[in-house]
Design a protein around this ligand. Structure first.
Ligand code: IPD
Ligand code: CA
Ligand code: CA
Ligand code: CA
Length: 267
């Protein structure tokens, strides 16, 4: 097995088990607010520390970028771990059992290894660049088929960037005329993993952060899908505006969205 995959799996499982344990003990969860509609708990932070410790033990010189603690610059800046210790914090706080740990390992900005782990269902999604994506050891090819007509689309509402609400709702309306239905699960990492597994057929969201999507992005690509920003480009590392699906679904999504995009969403 790829040595970084071994470490990513070890860290994701250990952190996931900690999250699942706290889920069963709601009194042990302390929630605070980071911004409007934006929450963090002691469990996000404990899981993050656990992951950092495991990575640091094997790769003390690598750089780690993680949601709650920011960037820990190591001597080897080209070797980067991008971590979301708990993707779906709002679900976790509301005791809705749908959240995950996401870990991506990158060399010079290219993702080599990805793990998204759902501790409540014991589902481990993993991918190594060029070697395919897997769910609990079974090959995934879910993101390769389908068209927009009749598709099930996953999305996230722009709840932290409500200036985009009107545009978002217009896009939703247009897509609703084409697709079969939407899912808003509350975990972007799992949305992308589910796309890789064929449980949904497309995904789009405004303003994600690299730790939300880098793990899922490799899963989608290795399962036959593509990922782009809202204009068909690859500027999503900075904008966080993501569209994903099979090449055909992405092409059709982009063409439905095109006329609705404000200037700031074209970047
Ligand atoms: C959030 C989830 C959610 C998405 C948000 C993310 P967090 O991550 O992925 O589905 O809609 O944009 O911020 O904060 O729970 O790790
Ligand atoms: Ca968060
Ligand atoms: Ca996240
Ligand atoms: Ca998070």
């Amino acid at each position: 097995m790829h040595p970084m995959l071994t470490i990513a799996i070890r860290a994701a499982r250990k952190a996931g088990n900690l999250i699942a344990k706290h889920y069963e003990m709601p009194d042990s969860v302390e929630t605070s607010q980071k911004g409007a509609n934006d929450f963090v708990t002691n469990v996000d932070r404990e899981a993050e520390q656990m992951i950092i410790e495991i990575i640091r033990k094997s790769y003390p010189k690598h750089t780690i970028i993680s949601e709650e603690c920011g960037e820990l610059i190591g001597e080897e800046h080209d070797m980067q771990w991008v971590v979301d210790p708990l993707d779906g914090t709002t679900n976790f706080v509301k005791r809705l059992p749908h959240f995950a740990v996401s870990i991506a390992f990158r060399i010079k900005g290219r993702t080599e290894v990805a793990v998204v782990y759902d501790p409540m269902r014991n589902e481990l999604f993993s991918a190594v660049r060029g070697q395919g994506a897997q769910l609990n050891g079974y090959r995934l090819r879910g993101a390769s088929g389908r068209e927009l007509d009749g598709a099930i689309l996953a999305t996230g509402f722009p709840f932290k960037a409500k200036q985009h609400a009107d545009t978002y709702i217009k896009i939703l309306g247009k897509l609703f005329n084409r697709c079969s239905d939407f899912r808003r699960t509350g975990s972007a990492a799992l949305d992308l993993a589910y796309l890789a597994a064929g449980r949904v057929d497309g995904f789009f969201e405004i303003g994600l952060k690299p730790w939300d999507f880098l793990g899922g992005e490799l899963l989608v690509r290795e399962a036959g899908g593509i990922v782009s920003d809202f204009t068909g480009d690859h500027n999503y590392m900075t904008s966080g505006n993501i569209v994903a699906g099979s090449p055909r679904v992405v092409r059709e999504l982009l063409s439905e969205m095109r006329d609705e995009l404000t200037e700031s969403l074209k970047r």
